[in-house]
Design a protein around this ligand. Structure first.
Ligand code: ADE
Length: 225
């Protein structure tokens, strides 16, 4: 898979992309990630990329021309399955969409900044808009990093234990059950006996019951969907 991330503050992404699971996936040649600085396509001597919004209002808006040039250049080099714009005014990211995106070949992710991007850029190029939650961040870099991490860890071969992504929270619309490791007792708190029993059928049943119980308590909305 190839992911191109477009950003006005690429420094924000560098650390994240060079550590963690994403680095492991890059080392194994399972993903290539390219970060593009929108300023490289900026206008004039000062490489302008933003301007005041028409009609007045606080905040600068990313101009259509620099981004159009950058995106058109990338599109001329390969076909993109999706050109994604990270923005709070969009449907909220869910695991089923992450699963779907992890099967794609080429993704482009645009991290907005300032007050947003000129609507014409969205009309011209963006095929999907994603929010990471009902709150506003100061830019789209962290959301782009969140989306990239969620996708990359699902690419086959990235996680060492192939089954572990399947038992994540939200797969099957359930939160994950509690997990324990050694010691069997700590400060009077005991690991549930069933987990020490070696009875895999019983353990699976217990985990399912716990997942349902926790989901009902914390996120009952998941059970309705
Ligand atoms: N940019 C700013 N806030 C955001 C959010 N919640 N989701 C995606 N992009 C954003």
């Amino acid at each position: 898979m190839r992911i191109d991330i477009l950003s006005a503050v690429p420094q924000l992404l560098k650390g994240f992309l060079n550590y963690s699971i994403v680095q492991r996936a890059k080392d194994k040649d399972l993903v290539e990630i390219f970060v593009h600085d929108i300023h490289d396509y900026g206008k004039g001597k000062y490489k302008h990329i933003d301007d005041y919004q028409y009609g007045g209002g606080a905040g600068m808006v990313l101009m259509v021309e620099p981004l159009d040039r950058l995106i058109s250049q990338l599109k001329s080099e390969r076909n993109y399955d999706d050109i994604i714009f990270m923005t709070p005014d969009a449907p909220v990211l869910k695991q089923n969409l992450v699963n779907e995106l992890s099967l794609k070949q080429n993704l482009m992710i645009l991290a907005g900044h300032y007050k947003g991007v000129d609507q014409r850029l969205r009309d011209l190029h963006v095929t999907r808009e994603i929010s990471i939650g009902d709150y506003v961040l100061s830019g789209g870099e962290l959301p782009a990093a969140v989306l990239t991490d969620a996708i990359v860890r699902l690419i086959p071969g990235v996680l060492t234990d192939e089954t572990s992504a399947l038992t994540d929270s939200f797969q099957n619309n359930l939160l994950a059950p509690p997990v324990y490791t050694r010691p069997p007792e700590y400060k009077g708190l005991k690991v549930p006996e069933v987990l020490l029993s070696g009875n895999h059928q019983k353990i699976a049943e217990w985990r399912e019951q716990q997942a349902e119980k926790i989901t009902k308590k914390i996120r009952p909305d998941l059970l309705d969907s």
